[in-house]
Design a protein. Structure first.
Length: 445
C-alpha cells in the first residue's frame, strides 16, 4: 500500500509482508505462513502475542477510564501505581519519571530536562551531551541527533551541533581495535579519547553522557570488561551525568532486570525505558531521573506556573494499566529468571557459529545476541548485501531476524523455551547455508 510512508523501509520497494495475527512467539502473514518472531517485533514483545491478561487489562481500563490527561495537576490511579512500581524496580536513586509514548520521546525529554535542570541550578553553559558512534537513541529530532548511525542522519539536516551533541568512540572491540591491541588497551585508548574530548570541550559545558548498556540497532555491541567502570569514574571526575538508554535492554532482556545491572554500570543518574515496559501491547515510555534532578525542577515550574513539557498521551491510563499488568506478570511468573536461564542456553548454542566460515564473532547477553559476519578470505566485513540476503533467507525459512549492519541480531520474546530456541537455530542453520552458497556464487570469497 503506497499511501503509507513506511518507517525504516526502502520506500521504492515498500512492504514485503502483511502480518495479520500473532500467538505466543509466532506471527502469521496474510498468506497463512507462520514465522517465529526472533526479534520480538522491534525488541519489544517480551510476553509474546495474544496474552489474555494484557488484553483484559486494556479492556477493563478502557471501560473504566478510556483517557485522562495529566496536564494541570490531573492524575489517575493507574499512573500513580505504575510510577510507584517503577520507582521500586529501577536502579535510579529516589526515581521520578515523566511518561511518554516511545523511546525516542523519552530521550528527547531527557535532553529538555537536562537543559531545564542546569538553568535552574545556575549553570546555563552546561548543555553539551556526549553520545557514541554506532549508537541508537531514537528518531525524533533531538533523539536522532544523539543517534550515531549515518542512515538516520542522511538528508535530514539534523541540528546536531546546535544541540551540542558530541560524538565519542563506540566500545566495539571487534571492528574498531587497532592491530595487536588487547581489550584492556582498547578500553584505555577510547576512554582516553573520551577524556581528551571532555578537556578540549571544557567539562563545565558538558551535561551528560548517554549510552545503551548493550547496543541494539547498531549491532548488539557488548562493551569489553572494565569499560563502563572506567567511563563512570571519568564522568564522576568531571561532574557529568550518565544517562542509561534502557529502551531495549530494560526488563529482563539481558538476563538481569536492567542492562545497567548486567554491564556493571551501577546507578545511572537518568534512565530511559519503553518497549518491554508494556510488552509492546500499548505505546508507553518513561524518562526517569534521580531525586535531586527532580527537586531542582520544582521551584522554577512554580515561578512560571507550570513545567512546560508534556504530551497529550503522557501516561495514558490504558497504557499505564497494561504496563502495570506487564510488570506484575514479570514478577509473579519469574519471567526475568526464566529469561536468564533460556538466555544462557541461547548464548551457549550460538557459540557453535564461531567456527562457521562466514562468521567473525558471536556476542550478547541473555536473550539478546548478534552473529557478526566476516569475510575471512579477505580479512574484511562482507558488503551489507550479504547480511540482507541472510535476513531474507531466514524469512523464507519462517524466521524473523534483523540485519544490523554486518551482523544478524537475535531478540526473541522472553517467554521462548529451549525447544523453541532449537527450532529457531535450525531455521537459522538452513538460512546460513543458503547464504554460504550465495557468497560463493557472487564470488565474494
Amino acid at each position: 500500500m503506497d499511501t503509507i510512508i513506511y518507517p525504516i523501509t526502502n520506500l521504492k520497494t515498500g512492504a514485503e509482508m502483511s502480518i495479520v495475527r500473532g500467538d505466543g512467539i509466532y506471527v502469521y502473514d496474510d498468506q497463512g505462513k507462520r514465522y517465529l518472531e526472533g526479534m520480538s517485533g522491534l525488541w519489544c514483545t517480551s510476553l509474546g502475542y495474544g496474552n489474555r491478561e494484557l488484553v483484559e487489562a486494556a479492556c477493563r481500563q478502557m471501560t473504566e477510564l478510556s483517557y485522562s490527561s495529566m496536564f494541570f495537576g490531573k492524575s489517575h490511579p493507574m499512573g500513580e501505581a505504575l510510577a510507584e512500581k517503577l520507582k521500586a524496580l529501577v536502579p535510579v536513586e529516589n526515581a521520578h519519571m515523566f511518561f511518554g509514548n516511545s523511546g525516542s520521546d523519552a530521550n528527547d525529554t531527557q535532553l529538555k530536562i537536562l537543559r531545564y535542570y542546569f538553568n535552574a541550578i545556575g549553570k546555563p553553559e552546561k548543555k553539551k551531551i556526549i553520545a557514541r558512534q554506532r549508537s541508537y537513541h531514537g528518531i525524533t529530532v533531538g533523539a536522532a541527533c544523539l543517534t550515531g548511525l549515518e542512515v538516520n542522519h542522511t538528508n535530514f539536516d539534523l541540528p546536531i551541533d546546535a544541540l551540542g551533541v558530541l560524538r565519542t568512540d563506540a566500545p566495539f572491540y571487534y571492528r574498531d581495535k587497532l592491530e595487536g591491541e588487547t581489550e584492556v588497551q582498547f578500553v584505555d585508548r577510547i576512554v582516553g579519547n573520551l577524556e581528551a574530548m571532555i578537556l578540549r570541550e571544557d567539562p563545565a559545558t558538558i551535561a551528560a553522557f548517554i549510552a545503551e548498556p548493550i547496543t541494539g540497532a547498531s549491532g548488539v555491541i557488548v562493551a569489553p570488561d572494565g569499560y563502563y567502570e572506567k567511563v563512570r569514574a571519568l564522568l564522576a571526575k568531571y561532574d557529568i551525568f550518565f544517562i542509561a538508554d534502557e529502551v531495549i535492554t530494560g526488563f529482563g532482556r539481558t538476563g538481569k532486570a536492567f542492562g545497567s545491572d548486567t554491564m556493571n554500570i551501577g546507578k545511572p543518574d537518568m534512565m530511559s525505558v519503553a518497549k518491554q515496559l508494556s510488552s509492546a501491547y500499548q505505546p508507553i515510555s518513561a524518562a526517569i531521573v534521580k531525586g535531586d534532578i527532580y527537586d531542582a525542577l520544582v521551584e522554577p515550574s512554580n515561578q512560571i506556573g507550570v513545567f512546560g513539557h508534556g504530551y497529550t498521551y503522557s501516561c495514558h491510563p490504558v497504557a499505564a494499566a497494561v504496563a502495570l499488568k506487564t510488570l506484575e506478570i514479570y514478577e509473579r511468573d519469574n519471567i526475568f529468571g526464566q529469561a536468564a536461564e533460556t538466555g544462557a542456553y541461547l548464548q551457549q548454542q550460538l557459540q557453535r557459529y564461531r567456527a562457521h566460515p562466514l562468521v567473525g564473532e558471536v556476542r550478547g547477553h541473555g536473550l539478546m545476541a548478534a552473529v557478526e559476519l566476516q569475510n575471512h578470505a579477505r580479512n574484511e566485513a562482507f558488503p551489507l548485501t550479504v547480511s540482507e540476503f541472510l535476513r531474507r533467507a531466514c524469512q523464507a525459512e519462517g524466521l524473523i531476524l534483523r540485519d544490523v549492519g554486518t551482523a544478524m541480531a537475535f531478540c526473541p520474546p522472553l517467554i521462548i523455551t529451549k525447544a523453541q530456541i532449537d527450532e529457531l537455530l535450525a531455521m537459522f542453520d538452513r538460512a546460513l547455508e543458503k547464504t554460504s552458497q550465495f557468497v560463493q556464487q557472487a564470488g565474494l570469497v
